[in-house]
Design a protein around this ligand. Structure first.
Ligand code: TYD
Ligand code: MG
Length: 459
């Protein structure tokens, strides 16, 4: 008979303690401990298939053999790119994202696309009818009669494994880990101990059977995965699905990936019939703009390993109220203040008396410092009311003294600018030595301080 035992868990980080604590020794937060009942297995875990679990044998590394793991392609280029070329058998994946961002849509769509395998989609959030309604939206024509996608609405892991044992799927999808519970533990769904235990059960299933499991997880407002951090340690890959809900773009990033690179991102657009891949984001994000409008500049940024060209828009106007307003969309406010201070000092603009608004077109959030020069030039352009040609791109970081600093992968950015048909690209003088100017017909303008860029553009 299993005996009940209670533990106290930090609801922030999952730290476990046998007594209540006011402050978590792990994450330092106050008042985060909650009591959860944990029913432990009285005996040792039963080994499956008769083979005792202790039967592992250490081998010399040269003797370890493996067959080339055959990944399951998702039939979606962007998803495969982030995964590193498909789903690895026996892996446990976690897809996180804010509510309503499109996690269920992405995985259901993927499940519908993998039509040569038997799949089980378990939902603790939606009924079978609701899943079918969504599936009908995602497939414009009727589902192929041969499709082997099974759906079930279920929340108890023990029932899920019964279904799995009965139908032996090639892939299991669980939407979401916060709604499933295990009978071994008495605490409510979504609590730290439930999430941890359920994740471990799915991991055990994936590792013993070789069937990959895709879990959906919610994230909280501050962008961390709801539930314990420990979950991120258990799974093989953590994928984040993000984007602004008011715009159609969605970005899929790998935060952790044991079987691929974390530098790759996938870009999607949410449309009426689901998520569409965006293989060429730059062409998509650069708005078709009038040559005569001031205040816009194109930045050659890098998202992961992929160059993405985006338009920075700025509006500078005289402050009507006492304190000038500063507002940035998709760009760090503190970085904007810093850039404004640099421009104030180096280019002698009285920006202190002006309102400055900044917007990254397309609703993207950019953290690549290589966007600095484009931001500064867009502000200057709006201030002097002289347009910058849409055929000019920028890729450089700005230092506190107005120096134009080099950025990573400069050649890749120049090559992409050239491919997209830009006429000129502004980069730092210190990046010049890595680039062979004869390879690219694009005109490369190397500057070392912001004044040089200003003179070249507006003088
Ligand atoms: P959903 O996958 O339910 O989000 P999550 O599982 O991450 O909470 O998708 C949420 C939004 O996507 C929903 O507000 C409507 C929108 N959507 C579309 O625009 N087109 C579609 O074809 C579908 C299925 C959803
Ligand atoms: Mg959902």
């Amino acid at each position: 008979m299993a005996k009940a035992k209670t533990y106290y868990f930090c609801q922030e980080c999952g730290y476990q303690s046998s007594s209540w604590l006011g402050r978590c020794p792990e994450c330092g937060k106050f008042g985060t401990f909650a009591e959860e009942v944990v029913k432990m297995d009285s005996g040792k875990r039963k080994a499956e298939g008769g083979k005792p679990e202790g039967a592992s044998v250490p081998k010399r590394i040269q003797e370890v053999t493996y067959s080339e793991t055959k990944r399951i392609p998702t039939h979606c280029g962007e998803f495969d790119r982030v995964l590193g070329g498909g789903i690895v058998p026996g892996s446990l994946l976690l897809l996180g994202g804010e509510p309503g961002i499109g996690k269920s849509t992405l995985l259901l769509q993927t499940a519908l696309a993998i039509h040569d395998r038997k799949l089980l989609y378990v939902s603790g959030e939606e009924s079978e009818q609701q899943i079918k309604m969504r599936a009908d939206r995602l497939t414009s024509d009727l589902l192929p009669p041969t499709s082997e996608l099974y759906v079930v609405s279920e929340t108890v892991t023990q029932r899920i494994f019964e279904h799995v044992d009965a139908m032996q799927p090639d892939l299991l999808i669980v939407d979401s880990i916060q709604t499933v519970i295990t009978e071994d533990i008495d605490s409510p769904a979504g609590s730290v101990s439930q999430i941890r235990q359920c994740t471990t059960e799915f991991q055990h299933y994936a590792k013993t059977t070789g069937v990959p499991v895709l879990l959906i997880g919610h994230i909280t407002k501050d962008g961390t995965l709801a539930g314990p951090k420990v979950m991120e340690h258990i799974v093989d890959a953590v994928l984040q699905f993000e984007g602004d809900r008011n715009y159609g773009y969605r970005i899929l990033r790998a935060q952790k990936n044991r079987f691929g690179s974390t530098a790759e991102i996938g870009i999607f657009e949410m449309q009426g019939n689901g998520l569409c891949e965006v293989p060429n984001p730059s062409e998509f994000l650069l708005s078709q703009r009038d040559e005569t409008l001031s205040g816009a500049a194109v930045a050659a940024t890098l998202e992961g390993a992929r160059p993405i060209f985006i338009e920075v828009q700025s509006l500078v106007s005289s402050a009507v109220y006492g304190t000038p307003q500063r507002n940035a969309n998709g760009f760090d406010m503190r970085r904007l203040s810093m850039l404004l201070a640099v421009l104030e000092k180096r280019c002698r603009f009285k920006l202190g008396a002006k309102d400055v608004f900044l917007n990254i077109a397309g609703g993207l959030r950019v953290n690549d410092p290589a966007i600095d020069l484009a931001v500064a030039c867009a502000i200057l352009s709006s201030n002097v009311d002289i347009p910058i040609s849409p055929r000019i791109a920028f890729a450089a970081e700005l230092g506190l003294n107005g120096e134009v600093r080099p950025v990573s992968h400069a050649e890749q950015r120049v090559a992409e600018a050239n491919r997209l048909g830009f006429g000129k690209i502004f980069i730092s003088k210190y990046n010049l030595k890595e680039i062979d100017p004869h390879r690219y017909p694009i005109e490369i303008i190397a500057v070392s301080v912001i004044e040089e860029a200003f003179r070249s553009l507006f003088a």
